[in-house]
Write a protein that binds this ligand. Structure first.
Ligand code: R5P
Length: 282
């Protein structure tokens, strides 16, 4: 399969197997407008896979994607698309009739492009993948492999909230480990207690697994609670390491013993590669 990318060239470099890369250049004109150009050998191919992650600067990466697709369509090339990190996916609900729902709008625009196949990875809300009539893939099996290799002590996989329970369950099942999620209980008007719903993690290692670490607030809180409860090591990871502003510092301050994630967004803890998922599909 021929593959191309602008924002995820790192993932392409890690691909093993029968993949041939078609270079794609992105440049800016002096007035700030962008421009996309493929290597000339693209004109001889019939089908291609675009791997384009839509992390910051999201709007630039989105526009690159649309320019790439349009240029390839004009050459009558069949296009498959994997979006490792889908921008705007957390904007999936309309609170006022007169506002946009960015995640769904973007998904609908992608759907209208008539592509051969469309994939997201660990999407925050399936409504977005459904709006683009795509399929969602998961990095959880890769996260389970990664954690297995760490030889954690009697590990418990924890979801920081109900939203990621299925993800934590998937990781735990593969590792033959227990899983749980954190639950908030209101003790009084101004006191809320957060603790694992079922399992006592005292004297055990814990990996907290989520889809996104953004500001790090959710993970930092979870880590503090678990450490107070006598948990040994607390590792924190997610498919998408947005790691906004001082997220890393926040996690370290909370006592985190390790951070892990995928290269859907390139970051210093992106040790797990989405390339493995691509190899299985194409
Ligand atoms: C939210 O529902 C997501 O699953 C993550 O829990 C959230 O994006 C994490 O955000 P932050 O790192 O800012 O707490």
């Amino acid at each position: 399969m021929y593959v191309t990318s602008i924002s995820s060239k790192d993932i392409l470099r890690k691909l093993d197997g029968d993949f041939k890369q078609i270079e794609c250049h992105f440049e800016r004109f002096p007035d700030g407008e962008g421009y996309v150009r493929f290597d000339e050998k693209v004109k001889n191919i019939e089908e291609i896979l675009i791997v384009q992650s839509l992390y910051y600067p999201q709007d630039e990466h989105i526009l690159q994607l649309f320019f790439m697709i349009d240029a390839l369509k004009d050459l009558n090339i069949k296009i498959n698309l994997i979006i490792p990190y889908m921008a705007y996916a957390r904007q999936d609900k309309r609170f006022k009739d007169w506002e946009s729902v960015s995640g769904i709008s973007l998904a609908k625009m992608i759907d209208r492009l008539d592509l051969e196949s469309k994939y997201t990875v660990d999407i925050h809300d399936m409504k977005v993948t459904k709006a683009m009539r795509g399929e969602n893939l998961s990095a959880m099996p890769l996260i389970a492999d990664y954690l297995t290799n760490l030889n954690l002590r009697d590990p418990v996989i924890i979801s920081p909230d109900k939203g990621s329970v299925e993800r934590a369950r998937m990781v735990a099942d593969q590792m033959d480990a227990e899983f749980d999620h954190l639950e908030k209980t209101r003790i009084s008007g101004d006191t809320v207690e957060i603790r694992p719903k079922e399992i006592n993690t005292k004297g055990r290692d814990v990996a907290i697994v989520d889809d996104i670490i953004s500001t790090g607030g959710t993970m930092a809180k979870a880590c503090e609670v678990l450490k107070r409860g006598g948990t040994l090591k607390v590792l924190s990871g997610a498919t998408h390491l947005l790691m906004i502003s001082n997220a890393e510092e926040r996690l370290i301050k909370a006592g985190i013993d390790g951070i892990f994630g995928t290269d859907s967004i390139p970051f210093k803890y992106s040790d797990i590669t989405i390339a493995k998922i691509i190899e299985e599909i194409f």
